[in-house]
Design a binder for this molecule. Structure first.
Ligand code: ADP
Ligand code: MG
Length: 700
C-alpha cells in the first residue's frame, strides 16, 4: 500500500484524536486508505423531487420538499416515538422516528422547510415515512453546487459528534487532494478502456463526488469489477498453485471392477448428468494432480452412485477409498446401499462409526491397515488418529455443510500423497456464491433427476385444514405408505418447541392409536441411541408416522415415505424446507409435502412458502434464498469463506461477478505468471493484496 494511505486517520485535517477514535471504533476507519474506501451507499440527486401527492407505493424511495409541522413526542416506553407532518402544495405526509429521538428532535423546527428522503410505508390507510433522511432546506441549498451529493453510512454515536453523512463527506473532500497522485492503477489498459477509460484514481473520486450520473455509474462499475476481479484472480491463482505443486495419485486406468459393475451390476441407466460428472471426475483423477472437486446435486439426483463409481476407479488403481457422512444414520445408509450395489463383486466394504464395538473395530482397523478393506464408510470416527489406511486414494465427503475445512485436512493427512477429494452437497449453492466461496475448487453439477420421478405435490395449509390433513395421512397410511411430521428445531433454550413436538406426538398418537398404527418420535434432546433406534424402526416400516425435529433433514432415504408434513413451516428457512421435502418422492408412488402455517405470514415467510409450492428446482430455490437472506446467512458457519466487499454485492452484481471470473480465467490462461508488461498493474496489485490478507481462500 502507498505510505500515505496508511496514515492514521487522526492526522487528517478536521479529525484529531477524539474523532479518530470514533471513526476507528464506530466505522472501522483507521487510515486514510480506509476512509477512501468508505464509499457512499447512494447519492442524493439534488435536482429530482417528488411531491407528497405522488407517493403511491412502498417500493420506490421519494425525495420531498416541504414545511414541517406538529412535531410531537408520543407514546410511552417501547412505543415512544417522534412524529411530524411534512406538507407541500399537494398534501401532507407523516414522518416518524422510533430511534435516536433525542438526536432528531432538536433538528426539527416547526414551520421550517426541509428536504426528506425515504421509502414510504403503508400503515393504517395511509403512507408515512419512517426514519427518513432529513435536512433543513437552507443548508441543503448551500450544498447545491454538487448536484449529486454522497450519502455515507454512519452510526448514531458518530453522527452525534458531527460525523454524520455530511461530516464524513467533508473529510473525504479534505482527503482527496492529499492522496491525489498516489493511487496507482490496478488494471491493465485494456480493462480500463473496457470500463469507460476511467483510471482507478478518477474512479475513486467519482464514486464519492461524481460529476454526473453516467460518470458515477461507470466509476462504480469499474470499482466493483475490480473488487470482484481480484478476488477471483486470487482464487484462481491459488488453484493454479495447488495444481502445480500438490502432486496427486495418478489413477491411470479404469479397470475390471468399474467395468464389471458398470456392465453387469448397475441397476439402472445413469442419467446424462451422472455420466458427464463421472467423466469429469475420472479425467481429474487421471491427471496426476490432486483432485479437489465439489459435486453439487439436488436431493435425489443420485450422488451416491457417482461416488461409488469413482471409488471403484480408485480400487481399480490399487487404492482404498473412504466415504464420510455427517451422521450415524447416513453412514449406515451409505454402507447399506453401497454393499447392496456391490453384491456379488469382490470388494470389501466396511463401516466404522462411534457405535462400532471395540472388538470389531480392532479387527477392522487391522484389516484396513493391511489393505484388505477397500471401501470404508463412516462418520467422524474415520478421522481419529488410530484409523490408518494402507493406501488411501480417494475421500468422498457427503453433505459438505456439516464438515469443516479442518476435517477435510485431517482426512487428507492420512496418506503420503494427498488423496483425491470429492465433496458432495445436496444444498445447492447459487452459482455466484459457489464461484466465490468455492472458487478454488472445481465444481461439477448434477442438474438432472433420474427419470420417472413424480413431482412432489406441495401445498400450503393453515390450522383450519388440520382435520382434513389427518384424514389424508390416514388414507396414505392405509395404502401402506409412511409419513413424516416435522416440527421446528429444539434449541436448548426453547422449551415451547419441545412442548410443540410432544403435543404433536400426542395428538397424532391419539389419532393413529396402537395397535393398528404406530407413531414414532425423534427429537434433538434424545440420546443418540434412542434416536437411532427410532429412526431404524421407521426405516424398517415398523412405525407409520415419524414425528421429528430437523434431525431428519439431511440425506435420509426411506423410499416408502410419501408424505412430509412441516408444522410451523414459516419458521423454516428455504433450504431446510427443500431438504425436508427431499425426504419424500424417493419411491415410485406419488408424494406430498404439506406446509402448515398460521393464518398471518410476514412477507419473507410468504415468499418462502410460495417458492416451495411453485418449484422443486433446488437451484432456483437457492437463488430466492440468497435474495432473501444474503450471502452471509446462507453460508452460515462457512462465512469465513466470504470476502469483505466495499462496493460490490454478490447478489446484485452477479453479472459483473461472472464477468470478473471470466476475465480472471482468461488472463491466467494467456499470461499464467502475469508477467506481460501490459499486465504489470494487475500483478502489482495482486501481489499487494495477497501480502495484506494472508489469503482467506482455502487450501485443498
Ligand atoms: P442424493 O443425490 O440425494 O444423495 P441418492 O444417491 O440417495 O441421491 O439417490 C436417490 C435414489 O435414486 C436412490 O434410491 C438411488 O438408488 C436412485 N438412483 C440414483 N441414480 C439413478 C438413476 N440413474 N436412475 C434411477 N434411479 C437412480
Ligand atoms: Mg445423499
Amino acid at each position: 500500500m502507498q505510505p500515505v494511505l496508511e496514515t492514521p486517520i487522526e492526522y487528517l485535517k478536521g479529525v484529531g484524536p477524539q474523532r479518530g477514535e470514533l471513526l476507528r471504533k464506530e466505522l472501522g476507519i483507521a487510515t486514510f486508505g480506509d476512509l477512501l474506501l468508505h464509499f457512499p451507499f447512494r447519492h442524493v440527486d439534488r435536482t429530482q423531487f417528488n411531491t407528497v401527492g405522488e407517493v403511491a407505493d412502498e417500493n420506490s424511495a421519494v425525495q420531498l420538499r416541504g414545511v414541517v409541522k406538529q412535531v410531537r413526542m408520543v407514546g410511552e416506553k417501547q412505543a415512544r416515538r417522534l412524529t411530524a407532518k411534512l406538507t407541500d402544495a399537494t398534501g401532507s405526509i407523516d414522518l416518524v422516528w422510533f430511534r435516536g429521538l433525542r438526536w432528531v428532535q432538536p433538528l426539527l423546527k416547526e414551520g421550517g422547510e426541509y428536504i426528506v428522503y425515504g421509502k414510504p410505508t403503508f400503515f393504517r390507510d395511509h403512507y408515512n415515512l419512517a426514519h427518513p433522511e432529513i435536512e433543513a432546506a437552507a443548508t441543503w441549498d448551500d450544498g447545491a453546487a454538487t448536484p449529486l451529493q454522497p450519502v455515507y453510512s454512519t452510526t448514531e454515536k458518530a453522527a452525534a459528534k458531527g460525523l454524520n453523512s455530511r461530516g464524513i463527506g467533508k473529510l473525504v473532500q479534505a482527503l482527496l487532494p492529499q492522496v491525489g497522485g498516489s493511487l496507482p492503477e490496478t488494471l491493465s489498459l485494456k480493462l480500463v478502456e473496457h470500463f469507460g477509460g476511467i483510471s482507478r484514481e478518477e474512479a475513486i473520486c467519482e464514486a464519492h463526488f461524481p460529476q454526473g450520473k453516467d460518470r458515477l455509474e461507470q466509476a462504480v462499475a469499474r470499482l466493483k469489477f475490480e473488487e470482484l476481479f481480484f478476488i477471483q484472480l486470487q482464487l484462481l491463482k491459488q488453484k493454479q498453485l495447488v495444481q502445480r505443486e500438490v502432486k496427486g495419485n495418478m489413477f491411470a486406468h479404469v479397470g475390471d471392477l468399474f467395468n464389471a459393475f458398470y456392465q453387469h451390476h448397475l441397476p439402472f441407466q445413469l442419467t446424462g448428468a451422472q455420466k458427464r460428472v463421472v467423466k469429469e471426475i475420472r479425467k481429474d483423477m487421471g491427471s496426476g494432480r490432486q483432485m479437489n472437486r465439489l459435486l453439487q446435486g439436488d436431493v435425489g439426483s443420485g450422488k451416491t452412485l457417482v461416488a461409488l463409481l469413482c471409488m471403484l476407479i480408485a480400487l481399480d488403481n490399487g487404492f482404498q477409498a473412504a466415504m464420510l457422512a455427517p451422521t450415524e444414520i447416513l453412514a449406515q445408509q451409505h454402507f447399506r446401499s453401497i454393499s447392496r450395489f456391490l453384491e456379488g463383486l469382490p470388494v470389501q466394504v466396511r463401516s466404522l462409526t462411534g457405535n462400532t464395538k471395540a472388538a470389531e473395530r480392532k479387527k477392522l482397523l487391522a484389516a484396513l491397515q493391511e489393505g484388505q478393506v477397500q471401501i470404508l464408510t463412516g462418520t467422524h470416527a474415520l478421522l481419529e488418529d488410530r484409523v490408518v489406511f494402507n493406501n488411501l486414494g480417494l475421500v468422498v465427503i457427503d453433505e459438505q455443510h456439516r464438515f469443516g475445512v479442518e476435517q477435510r485436512a485431517r482426512m487428507q493427512a492420512k496418506a503420503q500423497v494427498p488423496p483425491h477429494v470429492l465433496v458432495m452437497t445436496a444444498t445447492p449453492i447459487p452459482r455466484t456464491l459457489a464461484m466465490t466461496v468455492y472458487g478454488d475448487l472445481d465444481v461439477s453439477v448434477i442438474d438432472e433427476l433420474p427419470p420417472g420421478r413424480k413431482p412432489i405435490k406441495t401445498v400450503h395449509r393453515t390450522d383450519q385444514a388440520r382435520i382434513a390433513m389427518f384424514d389424508f395421512l390416514e388414507s396414505e397410511i392405509r395404502k401402506g405408505r409412511q409419513a413424516y411430521v416435522v416440527y421446528p428445531l429444539i434449541a436448548e433454550s426453547e422449551k415451547s418447541d419441545l412442548k410443540d413436538v410432544m403435543d404433536g406426538f400426542e395428538s397424532l398418537s391419539r389419532r393413529f392409536p396402537l395397535p393398528q398404527y404406530a407413531v414414532g418420535i425423534v427429537h434433538g434432546r434424545m440420546p443418540q441411541e434412542v434416536k437411532d433406534y427410532e429412526m431404524a424402526r421407521f426405516i424398517k416400516g415398523e412405525t407409520n408416522v415419524l414425528v421429528a425435529t430437523t434431525v431428519i433433514e439431511v440425506g435420509v432415504d426411506v423410499p416408502n415415505a410419501s408424505v412430509m408434513v412441516v408444522e410451523n413451516a414459516e419458521r423454516f428457512g428455504l433450504s431446510q424446507l427443500h431438504q425436508l421435502r427431499g425426504r419424500v418422492g424417493r419411491g415410485a408412488e406419488h408424494s406430498y409435502c404439506i406446509l402448515m402455517t398460521g393464518d398471518k405470514l410476514g412477507n419473507d415467510s410468504r415468499t418462502r412458502i410460495k417458492t416451495m409450492v411453485e418449484t422443486q428446482d433446488g437451484f432456483k430455490i437457492s437463488e430466492v434464498d440468497l435474495q432473501l437472506r444474503g450471502p452471509g446467512d446462507i453460508m452460515g458457519t462457512q462465512q469465513s469463506g466470504l470476502p469483505q466487499l466495499h462496493l460490490a454485492d454478490l447478489v446484485k452484481d452477479a453479472d459483473l461477478l461472472q464477468e470478473a471470473r471470466r476475465f480472471a480465467q482468461w488472463l491466467l490462461d494467456k499470461d499464467p505468471e502475469i508477467a506481460d508488461p501490459a499486465n504489470a498493474p494487475i500483478a502489482a496489485a495482486l501481489h499487494e493484496q495477497m501480502k495484506e490478507k494472508a489469503v482467506w481462500g482455502r487450501i485443498g
